[in-house]
Design a binder for this molecule. Structure first.
Ligand code: IDC
Length: 331
């Protein structure tokens, strides 16, 4: 073999290795830049007891919920959502109170629209939460609920990052069979007139604690999940047992609201109960959404009371509960 030919072969091999490195490197950087939660997972669906991505792989939503949109609309901005995304959050919940005493107003539709726009631009999932609370029976404002979900399902039917939560926390003299289930049937039908696929989350009796009762007679439609809410200092083993029972019975569950304080949204923080909850959720890969994005003087507020910024948050701007929860987002 001639000396020249040898040299040529060495050069060729070298060039091949170099281009392979370049191509791999470029590929990697393109993929990294593209990976918003939505680009990674695409449209979510329910498969058995799990929430899965476009390829059928289990996903765990990690979210933050706004406070009532009438009270804290200033946090519905892109920089705010972006700072939570960089802390590991992939989902924003927009809490739209259904009761006029808690700020219900059609004028707030525009705040929902802003929220969906920013979450979509950031490739985050967004939960449209019809936040019944003082109006304990979802049937009380059923007409308004149908109009709310009809409006947004029509508008967002082609978006892949929308989830509908149709009744935050049924409570009082309300049962699954008599009230919640029939209400859910109607609202689901309305949403499905337009949006055929995105997940619909249904609240459960007693402030969304009784997933075990829903599990006895779940809805028949596709892509339905059920919510369980907990405040770790109030809801302890007895409520975790409800989750286990429902989950073992095959119910798909999402924790669309929780905090580590008590059910008033304030009071002492119970990290021990909180840790037990988080380990249980991680075991089943159940998604969770923290209450609430505000600097209100209450322990569930994720932002410190003395922090008046509305965006560009860093870990040091978080409250004690915020810092504790943020550690779980990173895991
Ligand atoms: C609380 C807020 C509080 C507000 C109150 C009344 O933290 O600032 O004054 O609502 O609207 C829920 C509800 C959620 C509650 C939260 C804490 O879904 O709206 O927020 N909580 O009480 N269920 C259990 C606890």
């Amino acid at each position: 073999m001639s000396k020249h030919f040898k040299k040529y072969r060495v050069c060729l091999a070298f060039a091949c290795i170099l281009s392979a490195i370049l191509i791999l490197g470029m590929g990697k950087s393109t993929v990294q830049a593209a990976k918003t939660p939505l680009q990674k997972w695409g449209r979510l669906s329910v498969s058995g007891a799990n929430i899965v991505d476009k390829n059928g792989k289990k996903v765990q939503l990690k979210g933050v919920s706004t406070h009532g949109l009438a009270w804290y609309p200033q946090y519905v901005n892109k920089s705010c959502f972006q700072s939570f995304r960089s802390m590991g959050v992939n989902t924003i919940r927009l809490a739209f109170y259904s009761d006029p005493g808690s700020g219900y107003s059609k004028d707030l539709y525009s705040v929902v629209e802003k929220g969906v726009k920013y979450a979509s631009e950031l490739g985050m999932y967004v939960i449209l939460d019809w936040h019944i609370l003082n109006d304990g029976n979802p049937k009380i404002h059923q007409k308004e609920a149908l109009s709310f979900f009809g409006h947004f399902a029509k508008k967002y039917k082609n978006k892949k990052n929308i989830l509908y939560e149709i009744c935050n926390e049924p409570n009082g003299d309300v049962t699954w069979e008599r009230d919640i289930r029939p209400y859910a049937e109607k609202v689901i039908k309305k949403i499905r007139t337009y949006d055929k696929h995105n997940i619909i989350i249904v609240g459960t009796p007693t402030w969304s604690q009784d997933v075990d009762i829903a599990a006895q007679k779940p809805l028949k439609q596709k892509n339905i999940a059920y919510s369980l809410h907990f405040y770790a200092a109030t809801h302890t083993d007895w409520n975790r047992q409800k989750l286990v029972a429902a989950r073992e019975a095959g119910l798909p569950i999402l924790v669309t609201e929780f905090s580590v304080c008590d059910a008033s949204g304030s009071g002492a923080i119970d990290k021990t109960s909180g840790r037990t909850w988080m380990n249980l959720l991680n075991k089943y890969k159940i998604g969770y959404v923290a209450w609430n994005i505000s600097n209100k003087y209450e322990t569930s507020a994720l932002i410190r009371p003395d922090c008046t910024k509305t965006g560009k948050f860093q870990t040091r701007d978080l409250s004690e509960s915020g810092k504790w929860i943020a550690k779980w987002w990173k895991k």
